[in-house]
Ligand binder design. Structure first.
Ligand SMILES: Cc1cc2nc3c(=O)[nH]c(=O)nc-3n(C[C@H](O)[C@H](O)[C@H](O)COP(=O)(O)OP(=O)(O)OC[C@H]3O[C@@H](n4cnc5c(N)ncnc54)[C@H](O)[C@@H]3O)c2cc1C
Length: 303
């Protein structure tokens, strides 16, 4: 019996209330709408179940793949022969005290930003339109319009590979551009606390609406995608380089460099992971040849 099969049996026996799915298509759990089946997926109800499932996985020597909203993931067509721990939408309680909000890993950044606005707390307006979760956002140090999560995250609750829960201060999280201590996949983020600044709720909502309007104007939000395909290379903008090389509209199968925003690869319908990877390769090769700049994927490819 494989470790994964042993884990599945233990999860069923020891956590009878835990929702488990076998062979679950990852295309249902990624905003790209791409990806083959995950051999085993758990959808915990709350942090207690999330931790218990992760501990059993550690005991069986299985490293889970935590998935939030799947908005930065490109999953292989052959799927994942591992264990997916999905935090969205259930592990997402948000509580507040003073200027601090504490959220479970599965709260969406949009929910957190709206809650902050309702409480008259500013600082998360930039995150309102990022379609990720608190867990995925912290891992990626998600950011937009001059804001980054590291500016507001004061504490992260996370489980290490040995199943120990740790409270890490923001400064200990090694945040940099689209990177954190957690980027290596060794940690399971359980939640985070953000410290914000008091402001008028209507003013905050106005800023959120303005940024959302800018997104809608510039980004191909009508199509499935994983947002910016490539990271911003030092001193450049990936979209500008791709556009400069005349690659807007370039297609492989159902995957296309968006005509609206060259930084996005979109799924125009029926795109496979292989289509997306092939298109990304072509874009990288052309941009390197014509501009000398090496593009690095922001989207995380998993198999
Ligand atoms: C239309 C669109 C617009 C976007 N705009 C932006 C933007 O402006 N700025 C920006 O930064 N990003 C943007 N993104 C990308 C994406 O939304 C962010 O990277 C987001 O933070 C990913 O969160 P997620 O919950 O979807 O993570 P996922 O895609 O589910 O996972 C991303 C990574 O984090 C890991 N992970 C997820 N949850 C946990 C957890 N609890 N513990 C440990 N690891 C975890 C995963 O294993 C994976 O490695 C955009 C995406 C789309 C589709």
């Amino acid at each position: 019996m494989t470790n994964l099969e042993r884990l599945a049996r233990r999860l069923e026996r020891e956590l009878p209330g835990l929702e488990l799915r076998r062979g679950e298509p990852m295309s249902r759990h990624t905003t790209f709408r791409v990806g083959g089946p995950a051999e085993l997926m758990a959808l915990p109800e709350d942090e207690g179940q999330l931790c218990a499932a992760a501990r059993l996985a550690a005991e069986e020597g299985v490293l889970p793949l935590p998935v939030g909203n799947g908005s930065n993931l490109l999953v292989d067509d052959a799927g994942l022969d591992g264990f997916v721990l999905k935090t969205v939408p259930k592990v997402g309680t948000i509580t507040g005290a003073g200027n601090t909000l504490t959220a479970g890993a599965g709260a969406t950044l949009a929910q957190l930003a709206v809650e902050a606005a309702n409480r008259g707390l500013a600082g998360l307006e930039f995150a309102h339109g990022i379609p990720g979760s608190v867990g995925g956002g912290v891992v990626m140090n998600a950011g937009a319009y001059g804001g980054e999560l590291c500016q507001v995250v004061r504490q992260v609750r996370a489980m290490d590979r040995q199943g120990r829960v740790r409270e890490l201060r923001g400064e200990a999280c090694d945040f940099s551009y689209r990177h954190s201590l957690f980027s290596g996949g060794e940690w399971l983020i359980l939640g985070a606390a953000v410290e914000l600044t008091p402001d008028d709720p209507q003013t905050i909502r106005g800023r959120m609406a303005e940024l959302m309007a800018r997104r809608k104007e510039k980004q191909p939000l009508d199509y499935p995608s994983a947002g910016s395909t490539f990271k911003r290379p030092a001193g450049h903008f990936a979209a500008a380089l791709i556009d400069q090389c005349g690659l807007k509209g370039l297609r492989v199968g159902g995957a296309q460099v968006s005509e609206k925003h060259a930084g996005f690869v979109i799924n125009t319908g029926g795109a496979t992971c292989r289509d997306v990877l092939e298109l990304m390769d072509q874009v990288r090769e052309r941009v390197l040849r014509e501009t000398g700049v090496a593009l690095e994927p922001e989207v995380k490819y998993v198999r």
